[in-house]
Design a protein around this ligand. Structure first.
Ligand code: PLP
Length: 354
């Protein structure tokens, strides 16, 4: 049947998401950067109200209730916000809006693997610029080709959790010949955000998700902040009803609940500190993380075997191997108990293998 399939699609291997055992499974999931805590009770109440009203009507295609709430929170115009079915949906919309077939997109490396898959699906070319070994970004990221159509930059980055300072982001955006998408999936766990840079540099587009810091990965809701003119063009590309009534109401309740967010991020950041210090004490290299995960490397042992040992003991972390860069374990910040258990298992393994 492959004769019917576009050659671009046949050639690509496709994005592989992290393992998702069934919801009933007792496996401790530290592999896909989900939040270990239950979302705000206000969200469940908002969902109940939508269900009580019934689901026979189409949702608001623009999610205006959410746009108004997010605009208030970030002190921007609602017209600067575009909502999506998770931030992956927004990344797809961006690629389809800005990068035509055969055109060029730039990404750092190692980073979120989906960017590359999106370029491949679009039949676009992509150019990779490696991070420096300290996870800073070389000037090469903005120099060279003038036919670039779009650049993706996750900040904080995955898998490293590291951050590029805001001033440097502004410098990069001003020197690039195309829009710069700053993917802030993890920014609520960091000290700074680039949302206010959108007003200072028209080429900056910032994406946020509610999957991580709001404990809503199962709901699917994200939004982006860009110049209204760009948002209007992207509106033409998105599915008409890309966010449903339940997710719009839940996301609106979430973004309004600043108290819940502050408490939750504080807990995650405290546990991240424990995870970082203990992994360093075992001998892993762990860059300072600004996200809800850490990147752990140890060139003198085969870390894949640790991943397998953890899995056989009911804890899933993410083993990543980046050609020409190296491999490591990305460990999501779970509850303090989950992290302490995970670390004990890693200690057992490394003691045995010495
Ligand atoms: C850098 C980055 N961007 C975007 C996403 C996707 O998030 P969402 O659940 O909103 O699609 C992820 C998910 O892991 C991510 O790591």
């Amino acid at each position: 049947m492959s004769v019917y399939i576009r050659s671009d699609i046949l050639r690509m291997s496709g994005y592989v998401a992290g393992e998702q055992p069934s919801a009933q499974s007792s496996v401790v999931k530290l592999n896909t950067n989900e939040n270990p805590y239950r979302a705000s009770a206000k969200i469940y109440e908002a969902i109940r109200q939508v269900l009580d009203a019934g689901l026979s009507r189409y949702p608001d295609p623009f999610a205006n209730e959410f746009r108004a709430a997010a605009a208030r929170k970030f002190d921007i115009e609602p017209a600067m916000i575009l909502c999506g079915n998770g931030s992956d949906d927004l990344l797809t919309i961006l690629t389809r809006t800005f990068v035509g077939s055969g055109e060029l997109l730039r990404l750092p490396y190692p980073t979120y693997i989906l960017y590359r898959s999106l370029a491949e699906i679009q039949g676009a070319k992509h150019e990779i610029v490696q991070f420096n070994t300290d996870w800073s970004l070389p000037d090469k990221f903005y120099s060279g080709k003038t036919d670039l159509r779009l650049a993706f930059l996750p900040n904080p980055n995955s898998p490293s959790g590291t951050i590029i300072p805001k001033q440097r982001i502004l410098e990069i955006a001003e020197k690039l010949p195309c829009p710069l998408v700053v993917d802030e999936a993890y920014a609520d766990f960091a000290d700074e955000s680039c949302i206010d840079l959108v007003g200072r540099c028209e080429r900056i587009i910032v994406i946020r998700t509610l999957s991580k810091s709001y404990s809503l990965a199962g709901l699917r809701f994200g939004f982006l902040v860009a110049q209204p003119e760009l948002v209007n063009q992207m509106m033409k590309v998105k599915d008409s009803y890309n966010c449903d009534s339940i997710s719009i109401a839940a996301a609106t309740a979430a973004i309004n609940d600043n108290e819940w967010l502050a408490e939750n991020t504080k807990k995650i950041i405290n546990t991240r500190k424990i995870l970082t210090e203990k992994m360093r004490a075992i001998g892993f290299n762990v860059p300072d993380s600004n996200a809800n995960f850490t990147w752990n490397t140890k060139p003198d042992i085969d870390v894949r075997l640790i991943y397998e040992y953890l899995k056989s003991h009911g804890t899933l972390v993410r083993y990543m191997n980046y050609p020409e860069w190296g491999d490591g374990l990305r460990i999501s910040v779970g509850t303090e108990e989950q992290i302490n258990n995970c670390i004990k298992l890693i200690q057992n393994y490394t003691n045995k293998s010495l």
